[in-house]
Design a protein around this ligand. Structure first.
Ligand code: 5GP
Length: 174
């Protein structure tokens, strides 16, 4: 069975939106201690572009999280596979996510980080699929709201493939 990828968000559309988000975040965090917490693996491409669109001396740290198996359905269990390298006490933490789907991952991370006494914790996600929400989470900086389709590319995978696509697309089985 072959697969083809149908473009949902072009490279150009993503780049333009990331630039806008970067400007918004720059203005909001001008006098703060911004730490971007990049949720691996899916957010690595978005975070690399977003970080360079933010004109501030920010810090970056990485958190490994597993919530999906090889397929496309959430297990509902959020497992930390790699913790942050530094404490976040007194930092203004901005969690960088690729996509908020059921909301379970973000809800779990917000709870976890609040126990570590940061100055603030907010969320920036490239994509949001509100149709699938199981818990309500606030996305403070959002790239795009999308319909309920499983997307790949720009860091997002399907069975670990397609992360390197420069655009966001939907997998179609031919
Ligand atoms: P949530 O906990 O909000 O259900 O899911 C968050 C994680 O599930 C995302 O960070 C991402 O890794 C994965 N995920 C959710 N929807 C999609 C999707 O459409 N495509 C891909 N590739 N991963 C998704």
């Amino acid at each position: 069975m072959s697969e083809r990828i149908v473009t949902m968000l072009s490279q150009e559309a993503i780049a333009a939106r990331v630039k806008e988000l970067g400007a918004e975040i720059t203005a909001a965090y001008r006098d703060k201690n911004l730490t971007l917490v990049v949720v691996l693996k899916g957010s690595f491409v978005f975070a690399a572009d977003l970080a360079r669109a933010i004109d501030l001396p920010l810090r970056i740290d990485f958190l490994g999280v597993r919530s999906y198996g090889e397929g496309t359905e959430t297990s509902g269990v959020v497992q930390i596979t790699q913790d942050l390298s530094k404490p976040i006490a007194n930092e203004d933490v901005l969690i960088v996510e690729d996509i908020v789907d059921t909301g379970l991952t973000i809800a779990h991370l917000m709870d976890l980080f609040r126990t570590r006494n940061p100055h603030s914790v907010k969320v920036c996600s490239l994509l949001h699929k509100p149709a699938r929400a199981r818990v309500s989470v606030q996305v403070d900086y959002l790239g795009f709201t999308i319909e309920d389709k499983f997307v790949v590319g720009y860091g997002l995978d399907f069975g670990e493939r397609y992360r390197n696509l420069p655009f966001i697309g939907v997998v179609e089985r031919a």
